[in-house]
Design a protein around this ligand. Structure first.
Ligand SMILES: [Zn+2]
Ligand SMILES: [Zn+2]
Length: 268
């Protein structure tokens, strides 16, 4: 089971217009067993895990380090508990200010608790495209996507289904060919549909080409070419309210029936 705890992109949002799909930024979680779990990204969606104290060991795979994907990390309570083990995985890049990203995230004055005050047993794991990881009942394959400053996509393989989570991704480069190959035959593609195709193309203002995100139209092209059974639209634009996302879902399903608009709390 894969829990989508945060499905908003760029910025968290709240209010009456965002009740149906939710406003937390990217975070996914899949349990390995009752004591350990795998988390993808640390957006504000990670907060909902603070109320579950049963897990003792966490594997946190970060897709990239843009704020919306890490802003929840400092308020993740497991970091302050000496009984917890936390393994962090992130892409090995020359632009990293430190190989221990927590030294940056918890560095005053950005956050009042410094890295050396964290109580959990923490390991940092720098990973490269092509790396594979094996947990009981879950395999993870990592591969580079297309996004400013880079992004790691994760294919999550269960005995009964496979899910490709692209996180933030912009189409239109040769990486698209690789994505089709990487996604081929998956049951689910969780894809960055930040922009309505008209907004992406700049029909009502500035073009969003080159901003690092994509559209449901492109997601549909990918699932068709890669023979993926289901498309999950995510990384919702903070400007798009429930009605807008409802409409986008309806338009997408006209072209690909097995399209789902992700919401905070969705389970795959
Ligand atoms: Zn993002
Ligand atoms: Zn990003």
């Amino acid at each position: 089971m894969l829990y989508l705890l945060g499905t908003r992109g760029t910025l968290p949002v709240s209010g009456q217009r965002f009740v149906k799909y939710g406003g937390n930024t990217t975070c996914l979680m899949t349990p390995i067993d009752e004591k350990s779990c795998i988390i993808f990204d640390g957006g504000t969606g990670i907060m909902s895990l603070n109320k579950y104290n049963n897990f003792e060991e966490y594997h946190i795979f970060l897709t990239h380090l843009h704020w919306d994907h890490i802003v929840g990390v400092p308020i993740f309570q497991a970091f302050y508990n000496h009984k917890k083990k936390i393994h962090i995985y992130l892409e090995n890049k020359p632009t990293l200010q430190s190989t221990d990203i927590l030294e940056v995230l918890f560095n005053p004055p950005f956050f009042p608790v410094p890295r050396n005050k964290l109580r959990a047993e923490i390991t940092m794991n720098l990973i490269d495209t092509g790396d594979q990881f094996s947990f009981p009942g879950i395999d993870i394959h990592a591969a580079e996507g297309n996004h400013p400053d880079g992004v790691m996509m994760y294919k999550i393989i269960y005995p009964d289904k496979s899910v490709l989570f692209t996180s933030d991704y912009e189409h239109g480069t040769p990486v698209d060919d690789f994505l089709i190959e990487f996604a081929y035959g998956c049951d689910y593609l969780i894809y960055d549909t930040t922009y309505h195709p008209d907004e992406y193309a700049g029909k009502s203002g500035m073009s969003r080409v080159g901003w690092g995100h994509s559209t449901y139209q492109q997601g549909i092209e990918f699932v068709k070419k890669a023979n993926v059974k289901n498309l999950v639209m995510t990384h919702h634009n903070p400007d798009y309210d429930d009605i807008t996302l409802d409409e986008m879902g309806i338009m997408a399903r006209r072209q690909f029936a097995n399209t789902f608009v992700a919401y905070d709390g969705m389970v795959i």
